[in-house]
Design a protein around this ligand. Structure first.
Ligand SMILES: CC(C)(COP(=O)(O)OP(=O)(O)OC[C@H]1O[C@@H](n2cnc3c(N)ncnc32)[C@H](O)[C@@H]1OP(=O)(O)O)[C@@H](O)C(=O)NCCC(=O)NCCS
Length: 149
């Protein structure tokens, strides 16, 4: 497999994005309503939305994505980028696609002036963490969540 091209998602990526999204939701055992998926895809394409997506393409095929939210924060004057979803199709793993997606975000951080790129993962997601540990050290924060329902 050749080196991936990383680029912003385009309307024509909808089928590929939905396949990746399904795989990502399955990975987490999540069943999200169709209206959530539809809305997320719409926001990705909406230039006024803080949600964005970059895809990894090899030979015209999309194999991975990173969905992010760029948002303000109270600790810096610049916005920050939250990497919310990272997924590579199982058949394409181990070829540097995950790494290329994160590298693209790191380059964008510098180009766009984001103060940081940050993300979370399960403590036991060893494969992902082996990749992440090459970019930054986990900072030891623990996540708390209050749910409406
Ligand atoms: C985590 C994930 C995005 C990595 O994508 P990827 O394209 O396979 O990653 P890369 O090919 O860039 O691999 C980079 C590093 O991952 C690790 N890695 C790659 N293939 C591996 C394998 N078969 N077994 C164990 N570790 C592996 C290695 O540390 C590798 O670094 P190296 O090239 O220096 O050895 C992908 O495995 C995935 O989609 N997993 C399921 C969903 C998930 O966990 N998402 C992240 C949630 S926060």
């Amino acid at each position: 497999m050749g080196a991936p091209t990383i680029r912003a998602a385009l309307p024509g990526d909808e089928t590929a994005w939905r396949k990746l999204w399904r795989g990502y939701c399955d990975f987490y055992g999540a069943s999200l309503g169709a209206q959530v998926t539809d809305r997320t895809w719409k926001r990705i394409l909406d230039p006024d939305s803080a949600v964005m997506c970059v895809v990894a393409e090899v030979d015209g095929q999309v194999y991975g994505f990173a969905n992010c939210v760029v948002h303000e924060n109270t600790w810096e004057t610049q916005p920050v980028c939250y990497l919310e979803d990272l997924f590579v199709l199982p058949s394409a793993r181990g070829h540097g696609i995950g790494r290329a997606l994160i590298e693209w975000l790191r380059n964008s951080m510098r180009a766009e002036g984001w103060a940081r790129v940050y993300w979370m993962t399960r403590e036991d997601n060893e494969r992902a963490r082996r990749l992440y540990d090459q970019f930054a050290l986990a900072d030891g924060f623990v996540r708390y969540v209050i749910k409406q329902k």
